[in-house]
Design a protein around this ligand. Structure first.
Ligand code: DHB
Length: 310
């Protein structure tokens, strides 16, 4: 069975969109929900009020499907729009409500509204947006991360997880895991884009996106090894009851399989969903099923976390 669970939530498929891709409008969210190959949907990270985001061009696909760079700047329809969507929606598929306030207070305000609401899905607190000028990625500040989670869990009782940026140092894996293990988190989602990359257009000798003089978050093929390292490092360090959503560099069924081998429970698709469209989920699930069949496995439980060292 190609299924997974987080607490009382059962996922009939392990794939879903990564926040930011195909989830800004109700129509896009419906498209992801309606797929027969998605286990859930995650909403575009919300801020309290609507945002237009950064100037365009703000998203670019590299040649040869190497990956993407973006500096969207949190364009979103505002918290109430997504709250209205999840309130109206009749579905058995779990919904992740993503929030990305520009301050601790914004995040705590949105969490209070979610706590008081009838929303019965999961909540993803995005501590890793790299694209708002002047706003650092919270989860690179371990004290700030502990502070917001301490204040949040003082009142928040619904299933809450965090979206993390990639870490690149073993000591940082140890430090973030030590913070996260202090809290009753339902899940951790790793990785967000690799922040502040830069891509050059060889025809024009220019950057390829307008915001932040060309600096933007990297996704797709080029981030896969970093994503797997973060999934593996966190699976090794977090309490068993904190589930892991693996995100980053998924373009094939083998990539999904590798995330699961490293310890992922669910796997998200960002760049390749933007490149390929909603059909990506059927292709990836079929490719994953073929790999499992070829290896003689009947369940992802036989694979999850079973990466071998040499
Ligand atoms: C945006 C990018 C991110 O990686 C993120 O976590 C949140 C928002 C953006 O630019 O819109």
């Amino acid at each position: 069975e190609l299924t997974a669970a987080i607490q009382n939530f059962n996922f009939d498929h392990i794939l879903l969109n990564a926040a930011g891709v195909m989830c800004q409008t109700k129509e896009e969210l419906d498209t992801v929900l309606a797929s027969n190959y998605t286990g859930a949907v995650v909403t575009k990270s919300a801020t309290p009020a609507l945002r237009e985001g950064n100037p365009t061009p703000r998203y670019y696909e590299m040649a040869q499907n190497l990956g993407t760079i973006n500096s969207m700047g949190l364009p979103n329809a505002g918290f109430d729009y997504y709250m209205d969507y999840v309130s109206q929606k009749q579905t058995n598929k779990p919904i992740f409500f993503s929030i990305a306030g520009l301050s601790k207070q914004d995040n705590l305000d949105m969490l209070r509204q979610l706590e008081a609401s009838d929303f019965e899905g999961l909540i993803e607190l995005n501590l890793s947006c790299p694209n708002v000028p002047g706003k650092p990625q919270t989860a690179y500040d371990f004290e700030a991360t502990e502070a917001i989670l301490t204040e949040a869990f003082a009142f928040f009782t619904k299933p809450l997880g965090v979206k993390l940026p990639p870490y690149f140092d073993i000591v940082h894996f140890d430090m973030i895991a030590a913070v996260l293990n202090k809290f009753p988190l339902a899940f951790v989602n790793t990785i967000n884009s690799i922040g502040n990359g830069l891509v050059v257009d060889p025809q024009t000798d220019t950057v390829v996106i307008k915001p932040k003089a060309g600096f933007g978050g990297l996704g797709g093929t080029i981030v896969k090894a970093t994503a797997l390292a973060n999934v593996r490092a966190l699976r090794d360090r977090l309490r068993d009851d904190i589930k892991i959503i693996g995100t980053g560099g998924v373009t094939t069924g083998r990539d999904v399989y590798d995330h699961v081998l490293c310890g992922a429970d669910l796997v998200e698709v960002g760049s390749q969903l933007a490149v390929e469209g909603i059909g990506v989920f059927e292709r990836l699930e079929n490719e994953l099923a073929d790999i499992l069949t070829a290896k003689g496995y009947t369940s992802l439980d036989q694979v999850r976390g079973q990466l071998k060292t040499i």
